[in-house]
Design a protein around this ligand. Structure first.
Ligand code: FO1
Length: 310
């Protein structure tokens, strides 16, 4: 295997936007994308992997670009009937999307691993990059709120990130094993890019898979992360709220502190230029750029900036 490939650590929508820019510059076959599976959830008897699907649909060019998840030109006929039998109507599963969950669930029930099922799905959809779940085992992210402990998707979609966060738990993480070839990829990659995803419940989950952090720490000098925080807030999702609840500074500096052990290079937004020297004191080389990816050109420019850094 030539060592000219990139390892990309990814969550959902923020990662997909960045990767959309990246595949305009780097041949897709040179991307090994390691995806968070802590958002995985079982509903209607089906195994649903939101982040794996967001990345797959984006690279297959079938994603709903406005929402950033699900298929474009989607219908919700099946869900309208399912809602009569279940209380999970808050999770908007489209008809095309359901086909993927049916196929994945069938493969898993036949004994295929999550990584094998992901490969089959992405290949059939014409994806040329390698999309790899962070582990094959079941890990589910739970959010502790003052009244109950709920699945991350429930917190995110049903409760719209409103409840106060008292803690985060990655159920099953102690039994998770990194996929062996992922450790080899981390060692041999030309560069490792951490997407502007939620540092705690997307990247943090991947890093907490046993043996993953040690592998990353050894390659610190070739690890480049893009901050998902601009001037103390996130574009989408509860990253700001989670950082604050867990005692981190709600800023790119807080993200840098969280990544400090394994991060060599950090790209923050031009608007956070004032944080550069403070972050560099953590031993992380810091660069400023426009990180708000509002169109394809901006996604491409950000990706170009990251891959051209020396
Ligand atoms: N996100 C939403 O905001 N609302 C939804 O109803 C929703 C449904 C959904 C169905 C399948 C899927 O693969 C993703 C879906 N997402 C939905 C996105 C997803 O929940 C989140 O963006 C990620 O889990 C956060 O990374």
């Amino acid at each position: 295997m030539a060592d000219d490939f990139y390892v990309v650590l990814a969550g959902g929508v923020g990662a997909a936007k960045f990767i959309e820019g990246l595949v305009n510059l780097v041949p897709p076959e040179l991307l090994k994308i390691i995806v968070n599976t802590g958002d995985d959830i079982e509903l209607f008897g089906l195994k649903i992997c939101p982040d794996l699907d967001i990345i797959t649909y984006t690279l297959a060019n079938v994603v709903d670009k406005e929402k950033g998840w699900g298929f474009f030109d989607e219908t919700f006929n099946c869900l309208s009937i399912l809602k009569k039998f279940y209380n999970y109507g808050w999770f908007n599963l489209g008809d095309k999307d359901l086909a993927i969950h049916l196929y994945r669930t069938d493969l898993l029930n036949q004994g295929f691993t999550k990584a094998q099922a992901t490969k089959k799905i992405s290949e059939k959809l014409g994806v040329l990059s390698e999309i790899i779940p962070m582990c094959n085992e079941s890990v589910e992210t739970y959010i502790k709120t003052p009244s109950e402990t709920i699945h991350f998707e429930e917190y995110f979609i049903k409760y719209q990130c409103q409840p106060e966060i008292l803690g985060v738990e990655f159920k099953g993480i102690e039994n998770a094993k990194p996929i062996e070839r992922v450790l080899k990829f981390i060692k041999k990659a030309k560069r490792i890019i951490i997407c502007p995803s939620n540092p705690i419940v997307s990247i943090g989950t991947i890093v907490q898979v046993p043996r993953m952090k040690e592998a990353l720490v050894k390659e610190k000098n070739k690890i480049y992360a893009i901050s998902p925080i601009i001037q103390g807030t996130t574009v989408k999702g509860p990253a700001d709220k989670l950082l604050g609840s867990l005692g981190f500074n709600v800023s790119s500096f807080g993200v840098a502190k969280y990544y400090q052990d394994f991060l060599g290079h950090f790209i923050i937004d031009n608007k956070d230029r004032n944080l550069k020297s403070k972050i560099e004191k953590l031993g992380i080389k810091t660069y400023c750029f426009d990180t708000l990816m509002t169109n394809l050109e901006k996604k491409r420019k950000l990706a170009q900036f990251v891959i051209n850094l020396k």
